[in-house]
Design a protein around this ligand. Sequence first.
Ligand code: MN
Ligand code: MN
Length: 467
Amino acid sequence: MSEEKTELELLKDELFLKNEHFSVCKKDEVTAADEYCEGYKAFLNTAKTERECNAWVIAEAEKKGFVPFDVNKKYAAGDKVYLNNRGKALILAVIGKKGVSEGAKIVASHIDSPRLDLKPTPLYEDNEIAYFKTHYYGGLRKYQWTAIPLSLHGVFVRRDGTKVTVSLGEKEGEPKFVITDLLPHLAKEQSKRTLSDGVRGEELNILIGSRPFKNDKGSEAVKANVLKLLNEKYGIVEEDFISAELELVPAFPVCDIGFDRSMIGGYGHDDRVCAYPGFTALFESEAPEHTALMVLADKEEIGSDGNTGLNSAFLKYFIADLAKAEGLEGRHVLSKSECLSADVNACFDPTFPSVHDKNNAAFLNHGVVVTKYTGARGKSGTSDAHAEFVGKVRRILNSANVCWQTGEMGKVDEGGGGTVAMFVANLNVDVVDLGVPVLSMHAPFEVVSKSDVYSTFRACKAFFMSE
Ligand code: MN
Ligand code: MN
């Protein structure tokens, strides 16, 4: 039975902002979104750290014809190159028909995620149990990281300068690691601590062994046994931890969430859930008008400082090199360039509604979220995109029929956060934030919706191919 719309309903249809569920406004794309996310899940399972992402994406890019960038070479439209920054950050580029003369189209995401790093001297024994001391990386809620299986990833650089790669706890049959917590029966005092203080940094100690070397008497026999095993497996001695980068991440695999399988749960969606849509969109961007760049940065979770982070010059230098090859100045190219800072945003969580302004929050399944500014308090720590550029991005998304929404991080005085947007904007590039809304952001197990991941892919592709 169809009813005639009232005048009020017609007026609303004409004037009100529409914010629809993906399954309503893009019902023909639901299957495509599900299929697209199978590739994302495979990526998420195998590339859990910035180094592993870097290597994974380079291997995929080479299959698609990307070659290492050569500063002395002149490139033609359609050429595909990549710049590997120290095995931890990456720029992929497809040279456009106009080269970089009219600026580049940049999508910038990050491939580091919150985790537990090992301290420089991590190994110790306490009451015949061996442990690693950790130093957490990024903004994490420490209590969430206890009593879950963890895996160890990273590199040792040994005394002689050789490097050995570590990945332990992911494959079937491999041992894993864990941080113990108190039993509720004896947690009376601990339970009086505030939530943020519930588990302290110095309590995030990793359980790594409990058998002594040869059952010998003497001190530190358990530590000695662990070191012996590490020496046999990786050829390292204790001093090698000082020149190592070892990261503990959740050891569980990614999976579908919900009876309807509409969501994906896993570690490190932030920000691989924008990196993957970005580089897969670039892979499909054949012969764009403008040179298209996909940036996969490191260090975002600790403020983007360091030479693999976007507060360094590596993007600026790369663009200067592209410019020089065409007889242009890097600064002129940057000034005409545009960037989507592809990073996640807080998803409205009905269990905790009070932290959001519902009129300005991002909702699950409502598509990729465009965020004019992030930051905290009075817009501190953000680039705050110009209306003109937001307008342009809006036109690109609408004309490509992308499911998108807008949303702030949360209520004005509730907290806040930043992205790489301001560092790219500081290069005189027009930038706006855009990405996937995430539930339980920065937890060991974050949740996203498949339709939002797919919408982010569609958005990045439309941007790369835009005028
Ligand atoms: Mn992020
Ligand atoms: Mn983050």
